[in-house]
Design a protein around this ligand. Structure first.
Ligand code: COA
Length: 391
């Protein structure tokens, strides 16, 4: 019996900054961002949006289609968690009215933990004696210091995936290749809101990790690269996907003439990330959702996926797309959401960036911005208050 992704839904903020505005403010040639990094916009969460509201908003279209009582596992992957103790998934559990008979936990390993959540959920569902379902949510806000090299790669987004037996989107292959190492390429001490990154080093570690995880995947599966039809990568910025696939092709084929093939194999998964920026744990799955929404010929095809989390942890895995996958996508909703966003002026972006959640324990009610079906309404006695948005 197969196990994997039964439904996949993507959500991002209703606000963005065009990178032309950022380039102008920083005195940088916009082409560096547009063609050098492969980015055009960065999604900016308003003050009443965070990883909880984005994760719940991504999951809602899925839960609207099923009996919520069937969800017995909720794994919430993030590296921008809002509490050092309480799992982000428990706020979501409340907002989505899930059953009390549900295991809920938050997972962290930089941008990798969405993949860990997916694999753990698949293992749990395979072993379950009951016909249960798991909900995996990957949700993040990518923040770097103003004016730093990472700034144009900022962004935010969430992906929710329902994991079941006989999935209607992607049946996961049992083989995967891993690579773990203790490396300081990107990190965020608990006292900082912005990540610290050794940018050039992090791209090198990412590429070396992709090759190592690919080689382990080949050892485990015995597959050759020609058995995989398309590839999705963790995308801190979309050009990284091309660079990574070129390296994997070189390792697989021993050829240096890989640029054209690399672009063909990965670029159908770029459009959403180009317009949202990095969504850390959600990024790989945002790319996969984009590929599904934009390629109608994936039925029965095997897709390769590479997940990377700084620190570092990489995993190459794969799955086969269900013949009926197009009937179960949220493509129209994804595209409508991306088209219906509000562009911020540079100063509005900087003002939002500099806002902080009050830390004095008094009661605050936040102004209402455009969000999805849920918002972060305020804070009282250090407790975050979430609410459904009236439509
Ligand atoms: N027109 C077109 N391309 C231009 C350009 C211009 N005017 N100016 C620069 N470029 C190209 C560069 O040649 C480079 O391309 P290449 O890598 O193919 O050579 C690209 O734009 C980026 O320029 P670079 O000078 O390397 O950028 P940077 O050092 O300012 O920042 C990162 C790049 C990745 C280090 C930075 O964005 C970062 O720190 N990001 C966060 C960490 C991250 O995402 N790590 C990835 C692994 S998770």
């Amino acid at each position: 019996m197969s196990v994997g992704i039964d439904l996949i839904s993507f959500y991002t903020s209703r606000y963005y900054l065009g990178l032309e505005s950022l380039a102008q403010a920083r005195g940088v040639d916009y082409e560096k961002y547009r063609s050098g990094l492969g980015q055009e916009k960065m999604a900016i969460p308003p003050p009443d949006e965070d990883v909880i509201t984005m994760g719940a908003s991504a999951a809602k279209p899925i839960l609207d289609q099923i009996d919520v009582n069937d969800v017995e596992l909720l794994l919430f992957a993030t590296e921008s968690g809002v509490d050092q103790s309480k799992a982000a998934g428990l706020f979501v559990h409340g907002l989505l009215n899930l059953s009390n008979r549900c295991r809920v936990v938050e997972l962290k390993e930089a941008c990798y933990s969405g993949t860990a959540a997916l694999q753990l959920a698949a293992a749990q569902i395979s072993q379950s004696l009951h016909s249960t379902k798991a909900l995996v949510i990957a949700s993040d806000v990518a923040r770097y210091d103003l004016g730093s090299p990472g700034e144009p790669t900022q962004g935010c987004g969430a992906v929710a995936m329902l994991v079941t037996l006989n999935p209607r989107i992607l049946a996961l292959d049992p083989e995967a290749g891993f690579h773990a190492a203790d490396v300081m390429d990107f990190w965020r001490p608990s006292y900082r809101d912005e990540a610290l990154v050794d940018g050039k080093f992090s791209t090198k570690v990412y590429l070396d990790t992709a090759v190592s995880a690919w080689e382990h995947y080949v050892e485990r599966s015995g597959r050759t690269i020609s058995e995989l039809y398309r590839f999705c990568y963790h995308l801190p910025f979309t050009r990284m996907g091309i660079k990574a696939h070129e390296r994997v092709l070189q390792a697989a084929e021993g050829s240096n003439d890989t640029a054209k093939h690399a672009s063909e194999a990965v670029s159908e998964g770029f459009a959403y990330t180009r317009d949202t920026g990095n969504s850390y744990t959600a990024s790989l799955f945002e790319s996969f959702a984009c590929l599904l929404d934009n390629n109608s010929e994936l039925a029965g095809k095997r897709i390769g996926l590479f997940s990377y989390g700084s620190g570092c942890m990489g995993e190459f895995f794969s799955g086969v797309v269900d013949p009926e996958y197009q009937k179960h996508l949220f493509s129209a909703d994804h595209k409508a959401m991306l088209e219906d966003r509000t562009q911020l002026a540079y100063q509005e972006y900087e003002d939002i960036f500099n806002l902080k959640v009050p830390e004095d324990g008094w009661k605050y009610v936040f102004a209402q911005y455009r969000t999805g079906p849920f918002r972060f309404g305020g804070i009282e006695e250090h407790k975050r208050v979430y609410e459904a948005v009236e439509t």
